[in-house]
Design a protein around this ligand. Structure first.
Ligand SMILES: [Zn+2]
Length: 83
């Protein structure tokens, strides 16, 4: 049993109350710069997202899955200015 698993109280058909452990929901992908929730990335486990097409797992742009769109824009703008 992992700490991330969810506890569920259930009543069996024989009338007993038991605790059932279930996997919790996968947390949303977060930007590594500002910490905001990133869009375009489904909240799926690794096993489930492996079944998706690569283009469905994250946006198709630079730093996708690492920085949010706003931070990417800012980073590229600063990089161009400091050349
Ligand atoms: Zn960000």
């Amino acid at each position: 049993m992992k700490k991330s698993m969810k506890k569920l109280k259930k009543r069996t058909t024989s009338g007993k109350n038991i605790l059932v452990y279930r996997k919790g929901r996968t947390s949303a992908a977060v930007c590594n710069n500002c910490g905001c929730e990133m869009h375009g990335i489904p909240r799926l486990s690794d096993a489930q997202s492996g079944k998706l097409a690569k283009s469905h797992r994250r946006p198709n742009r630079k730093f996708a899955g690492y920085l949010c769109s706003r931070c990417t824009k800012e980073f590229l703008r600063n990089a161009a200015r400091n050349v």
